[in-house]
Design a protein around this ligand. Structure first.
Ligand code: IPE
Ligand code: IPE
Ligand code: MG
Length: 245
């Protein structure tokens, strides 16, 4: 890679993407929504590869939300099937490329075959450290926060934790993203400008980048554009600009 060390410091460590617009992409072509979801998997492959090349260390992709159960059953079924096929087909190459896979979200409602393959993907890549790929599947930010609160409450109840020991670090550690850095850059495709219950805790200080591009058209050049926009942001974290003080 040609970039210098100083370029790298402005690369976001953790990028999260709300991959939106598959349905509209398909509808524009007179095809069923599920066709857009299949095309969306190709964009996932492009972006996972490009993100590693660009020096991003953690990528979290929103694949299926806790609210997406509101869709017709055949679409939900197709999304589950695509997730299973993607993990099954790509596990070997992701593993070889040093990718650690995590599936974040509610496990309980996953079909047994999907739960098995995601469990296998996590176990087989657990010792990889080059790149973190988190797939948010059956994920909702509020649901994740509630599950974390329940687990902490259980630990208190069992006498393993005191109430006063719960600080931000401890709470972060009870989330599905335990051990991972907060989100630096959140991207949403398809022109919508909302968070849709994604990474509510982790995105507390994320920069947002919205693009009208529909997810199946998202590629390396689009990701580069988002990183360029990020570079020009001034992250103040409640403080004032260096030099203004
Ligand atoms: C994103 O595309 C994929 C999922 C939410 C699973 P959509 O299916 O939401 O596409 P639009 O927003 O209807 O175009
Ligand atoms: C958010 O997209 C969820 C995923 C990308 C998986 P949606 O298309 O479901 O979001 P809303 O309903 O437009 O907010
Ligand atoms: Mg959508």
């Amino acid at each position: 890679m040609s970039e210098t060390a100083s370029d790298r410091t402005s690369v976001p460590q953790h990028v999260a993407i709300i991959m939106d617009g598959n349905g509209r992409w398909a509808q524009q072509r007179g095809r069923p929504r599920t066709f857009g979801h299949s095309k969306g998997v190709e964009a996932v492959r492009r972006v996972v590869e490009a993100a590693g090349d660009m020096g991003i260390h953690t990528l979290t992709l929103f694949s299926f939300s806790t609210e997406n159960w509101n869709r017709p059953a055949d679409e939900v079924g197709a999304l589950f099937e695509l997730m299973k096929r993607y993990v099954a087909a790509d596990l070997k190459s992701l593993k070889q490329r040093g990718v650690r896979i995590r599936i974040i979200g509610r496990r309980e409602d996953l079909r047994e075959d999907l739960a098995e393959i995601v469990g296998q993907a996590e176990a087989e890549t657990a010792s990889n450290t080059d790149f973190n790929l988190n797939i948010a599947f059956n994920y909702g930010g509020r649901d994740e926060i509630l599950r974390a609160a329940q687990n902490l409450a259980r630990a208190i109840h069992a006498g393993d934790l005191s109430v006063d020991a719960i600080d931000e670090g401890r709470f972060s550690g009870a989330l599905d993203t335990a051990g991972l850095p907060d989100v630096d850059l959140m991207i949403r495709t398809s022109g919508e400008q909302r968070i849709s219950n994604f990474l509510l805790w982790q995105a507390a200080y994320a920069e947002f980048h919205f693009t009208d591009v529909l997810w199946p058209d998202f590629d390396e050049a689009e990701l580069a554009r988002a990183l360029e926009a990020f570079k020009n942001r001034d992250r103040r974290y409640g403080g004032v600009d260096a030099g203004a003080a």
